[in-house]
Write a protein that binds this ligand. Sequence first.
Ligand code: SF4
Length: 462
Amino acid sequence: MRAEQEARRHLSIRSLLRSGSCAEASEVEPGFLCSPTNGLKRYSVKNSITIRLIKTRYLRILVLMNDNNVAVWYGEGPKENVRKALLSLDLNRLNGKSILIKPNIGRAAHPEQGINTHPQAIAGAIEILQQTGAGRIAIGESPIVGVDTMEAFKKAGIKEIADQYGIELIDLNAKKPVIKEISDYRILKSTKICADVYEFDIILSLPVAKCHMHTGVTLGFKNMKGCLYKHEKVRYHQLEYEEGRIFEEKTLDSAISDLATILRPDMTVIDGYIGMEGLGPSGGEAVRSDFAVASFNPMGADVFGCLMMGMEPSSVVHLKVIGERLGLSLNPDDYSLCGEKAENYTSHITKYAQPPTSITIEYPNIRVYDCESCSACLSTLMLFLKRFKDDMSQYLLNDGMFHIAIGKGLDDTVKEGTILIGNCTRNVKHRGKFVPGCPPVSSRIYKTITGMEPPDNEPEVK
Ligand code: SF4
């Protein structure tokens, strides 16, 4: 019976792909996703056996969400981990498909820093994709604002790999973006996505495993933020809920989940060879954990990415919200592990240190008010003080202290002239200088205080 169902499913998928229409999808089982990704909406059809007819010549259909296989490999270095994880999956569907590899090359940094996807992990993926008979393969990135994409590729060792395998490198910011409406939005009515993303059949998200001070982790879903055009990435940190449309999650988490409703990986490979713990995405410590996770199910990949980092997937807010909105499970038991090493994956978990949960002030002339903040603003504040505390000596108040505040529980006891960080401090913004954002980035705090860009202008978030 199961084999029959499988056969029927593959038939349906093939006919869908051939026709470019969902019209023939009525026999597809519940739980399938019909996703026109070239400009329209995605339709989740969980619990329904009828898929509506959506016909457009731009239509691309992927039937992925019921593929719950997740491959885990470890202990053999960046290239072999990725190669063997990928070989544990059924890759036939990639035959003849054009594939955009979207690594995380947010900054111009060396591979061993744990900031970017390791070049050998990308090499491993390319080798397997080429063997599988994939069509055009390219590596594309839209890095942090202020970073030159090609320079970042070079320093990260990606250019060398691209040259070695004859792979195209794409600066995703080079073309005008496509503006996508988000019909079922929480906070983003529309968003600017790099046009090249829509030139490919398959988007392979290939992030490096990192803790992220604003989003818990940055894995496959979060890595799609690197498909946003230039400053659009920063805009995600500056959003506010509309009146009557307010959610308890940080606006950044809601925005990432909005993005996931219109753009998500068709395939994910997580490079956990050298990741980053603590104040990621760039201010933490590199950690060698030597694993790779691969899956056609974006949530399955991120769930096992979290587990390999010693984290509980449901503690990652954007994953929880995406799971709820798209009907994707965060329960590891709902996924099938594959690869001969996968069963013993718990023996290879590396516990990544989390960003600090309380602030220790080591600076005698700085007063921090922290009342009911969340870890994102706390981490931003820590990074800000780490980078700029010396520059703040000229902004002391009449008590000889620099005052700075975060959190939603502040009141008028905050000293007049305090720097108020994040949307949560809006209720006391009359008490000092208000820096909007949820959370704002530390360079924006610097600019609000000084009126200037930071001297090093080091990009910090993605
Ligand atoms: S504390 Fe900061 S990051 Fe957290 S919800 Fe408030 S403004 Fe947003």
